[in-house]
Design a protein around this ligand. Structure first.
Ligand code: BES
Ligand code: ZN
Ligand code: ZN
Length: 476
């Protein structure tokens, strides 16, 4: 459960105060005694920014602000500081109500600090039979700078991040394709997004051979969800189209994954989750942006009917693809959605996918591997948003030579490139199905963490939901 977030005009009793401050004079309100003041001064002198005043059973949690070298680092330091303070609060106190207090009076800084608290407070508890008392019930905010509109924005964004984390954390038994389709339909309806979900029959009539072949080994039907947010007075005429990889579980198929490499593969719909969460937040925020989200979904399993290496698949746009490895399934389902997206004449299309182990090996979990075609300026702006929300972009080259390894002897192309630069050849495969300004995001590294990293909890991170919301809000 997400904590209730509200603005309060006064400092509250019965809430644990978490205070962002720079000058010690700002703390007058708390009637500090001499010893406490001395203690705080000493801490500041020792470069200790996190300061805890124990007035058992009450506590005062303070964070002393120091400006970082860049804006990006400054805001990220604050998110992390808030996360670390929150874990101390949950450890030390019984009270599950926190008031985040702004004595710094810098809007962006305090926004980031509060965001850190909310994102760090996430827990995946849906499948626990006994709920532990490890989450906040309420987060009250006291600030002269943050207004109701800012809090409401923060709330919607947090809700979206929580949604995408939950979806990623649900195992396939709890989120097979029918359950996923149901949640997509519910979220769309709740937020006023137009939604159409193509089931197996419709995909057959559309000849979406990519999605259908990956689905052959499955007991659950595939789908392609098409969501459209188009309020009156949109600032962009042509839509921003988002496409998310929705493999609800990736066994590898007949090229079955070995060792522990299948362990976390419930995360293989993280792209779909982020894309759904993004359009959901944009609708909740009532942004006047024309946005479309396409989610192709199935699991990648094996039975007697499973697609096999050596098969040639005829895709939605007529391209024939020789399947070399059934574990390179993401690009096959995405290709149908990318070709289908042409009908929207996108101003820009961004796809999001846990696509390759190569991307994960290249940069780990600290950023998002990205490539672009005909989208230099959007890529530049996406990087700016990436630094701002700290879901950073690492751009890779997209030279035409990388395409060569996709040549097939018996079909138009094959679904596997050479041994090198696997994340780029995968991107090149996808680009063959596009004719519009295109950005490819490979989130295999940061989508799912094996251990908690500050406010990004173990499991689904929700990346790049915050990135996409910020980018769309600021650029169209
Ligand atoms: N879903 C995986 C990629 C992945 C790896 C996501 C690690 C998250 C963490 C994808 O479908 C896959 O299996 N890719 C293969 C492709 C290979 C067969 C060309 C890979 O990268 O190993
Ligand atoms: Zn795979
Ligand atoms: Zn996959």
């Amino acid at each position: 459960m997400k904590a209730i977030i509200s603005i309060k005009q006064k400092i509250q009793q019965n809430y644990t105060p978490l205070v962002l401050f720079k000058s010690i004079d700002a703390l007058n309100e708390f009637r500090l005694n001499k010893n406490e003041i001395q203690y705080i001064k000493q801490k500041i002198k020792d470069n200790k920014q996190q300061i805890i005043i124990n007035r058992y059973p009450n506590y005062l949690f303070l964070y002393h602000y120091k400006k970082a070298k860049t804006k990006s680092d400054d805001l990220e330091n604050l998110r992390k500081a808030a996360a670390s303070s929150l874990s101390k609060i949950l450890e030390e106190t019984k009270l599950r109500k926190v008031q985040v207090i702004d004595f710094l009076h810098e809007k962006e800084c305090f926004y980031a600090f509060t965001e850190g608290v909310i994102l760090a407070d996430y827990q995946f508890t849906q499948l626990k039979s006994k709920k532990k008392d490890e989450q906040l019930q309420e987060i009250a905010i006291y600030s002269k700078k943050l207004k109701q509109a800012d809090i409401s924005k923060l709330n919607h964004i947090a809700e979206a991040v929580y949604l995408s984390r939950d979806l990623v954390n649900l195992p396939v038994s709890a989120l097979p394709t029918p359950a996923f389709a149901k949640i997509i339909a519910e979220k769309a309806e709740e937020s006023g997004i137009k939604v159409e979900i193509f089931g197996k029959k419709k995909l057959q009539s559309l000849k979406m051979g990519g999605i259908l072949s990956v689905n052959q080994g499955s007991i659950d039907p595939p789908f392609l969800a098409c969501l459209e947010w188009k309020p009156k007075n949109t600032t962009n005429k042509k839509p921003i189209v988002l496409v998310g990889k929705g493999i609800v579980y990736d066994t590898g198929g007949l090229n079955i994954k070995t060792g522990s490499s299948m362990e976390d593969m419930k995360c293989d719909m993280a792209g779909a989750a982020a894309v759904l969460a993004t359009i959901y937040a944009i609708a909740k925020l009532q942004l006047n942006k024309y946005v479309v989200a396409l989610i192709p979904a199935t699991d990648n399993r094996l039975n007697g009917n499973a697609y096999a290496s050596g098969d040639v698949v005829k895709m939605f746009d007529g391209t024939t693809v020789e399947v070399i490895n059934t574990d390179a399934e993401g690009r096959i389902i995405l290709a149908d959605a990318l070709a289908y997206a042409k009908k929207y004449d996108p101003e820009l299309l961004i796809d999001v996918a846990t696509l390759t182990g190569a991307a994960q090996r290249a940069i780990g979990s600290y950023g998002i591997v990205a490539m672009e075609e005909k989208a230099k300026t959007p890529m530049k702006n996406l990087k700016i948003s990436g630094d701002y929300v700290y879901e950073r972009i690492a751009e890779f080259p997209f030279w035409s030579e990388y395409e060569e390894s996709l040549q097939s002897d018996i079909a138009d192309i094959k679904n596997l490139g050479g041994a090198e630069a696997g994340m780029i050849t995968a991107g090149k495969f996808l680009a063959k199905f596009t004719d519009y300004p295109y950005i490819h995001l490979d989130i295999a590294g940061p989508a799912f963490l094996s251990k908690t990293d500050s406010y990004r909890k173990k499991g689904g991170t929700g990346i790049p939901t915050r990135l996409l919301i910020d980018f769309i809000e600021k650029n169209f």
